[in-house]
Write a protein that binds this ligand. Structure first.
Ligand SMILES: [Zn+2]
Ligand SMILES: [Zn+2]
Length: 262
């Protein structure tokens, strides 16, 4: 039997424009489900990215902080509440991460873009070995900064690889090794189980998580955690969480239940 999933550190809200519910809705749901901790981590505003319909607007960030503060005052006796953001890594934003960490408890790295020849490319379009390698380097550089506690869906870059070659597995190993060295949690993202499966060269696969990646995490004994990546309050305890738990059971992969903050 699995241990109960009763701490979730990856939670969105309506401010990113593709999640449902207010911060309070998620916290109340977590309390009703007897959760011990919830971390609110909506998609961070980054104005230079042209996907403003998929992330919080920078104008809304003060409101986000205000709503989290109000929720903390109202619910701190019932559940541990953490303030966070899910954000991409870019090397020119170090000061920005430091500023964010002055008011937040932790940051989640959710790398949705790579920079290829000075062009931004969506991770959903990553296909070639050169692109996979840029993703790997970006993630490693991000982990080396120590700004991030959790790497959201680290295996997202495998989305267009129906078969994972030995050389691509080596890239995965490099990521996993650095996560272990830096003690950054690799996230088994349950939201992948809620997404439509992909057809790739006749193979029907989840976009993520990818078992091949998590088998390496198990073999290399690197730190991992399951996240709901909740975009609806009911995602805190739905079938996708059970799928994630089933996957780790199948792989005998031990995961952290609690995020330790220093
Ligand atoms: Zn999202
Ligand atoms: Zn997310």
């Amino acid at each position: 039997m699995n241990k109960p999933f009763n701490r979730n550190y990856h939670t969105h809200c309506y401010l990113c424009k593709h999640a449902k519910g207010t911060i309070e809705d998620y916290i109340v749901e977590a309390i009703n489900k007897e959760f011990k901790a919830i971390g609110i981590s909506d998609h961070a505003p980054l104005d230079f990215l042209e996907d403003r319909s998929l992330r919080m607007a920078s104008e809304d960030y003060p409101l986000y902080l205000k709503q989290m503060k109000q929720a903390l005052v109202k619910y701190y006796e019932y559940i541990l509440i953490y303030k966070s953001l899910e954000i991409e890594y870019f090397d020119f934003l170090h000061k920005h991460y430091e500023n964010l960490l002055n008011e937040l408890d932790y940051l989640i790295l959710g790398q949705h873009y790579i920079k290829d020849n000075n062009q931004l490319k969506s991770v959903f379009k990553i296909k070639t070995y050169a692109e996979l390698k840029i993703y790997k380097e970006t993630i490693i550089n991000a982990m080396r900064t120590n700004y991030f506690k959790i790497i959201a869906h680290p295996d997202i870059f495998l989305i267009n690889q129906p078969e994972i070659s030995e050389e691509v597995l080596s890239l995965c190993k490099e990521i996993i090794l650095v996560a272990k060295e830096e003690n950054v949690l690799l996230e088994i993202n349950a939201n992948g189980f809620r997404k439509k499966k992909h057809d790739r060269n006749g193979k029907t696969l989840y976009q993520y998580p990818r078992k091949e990646f998590w088998k390496l995490v198990k073999d290399m004994n690197a730190p991992a955690i399951i996240s709901a990546d909740a975009h609806h309050p009911k995602h805190l305890s739905d079938y996708a969480i059970s799928e994630a738990q089933k996957m780790i059971r199948d792989l005998s992969l031990e995961v952290e239940e609690e995020l330790v903050l220093d």
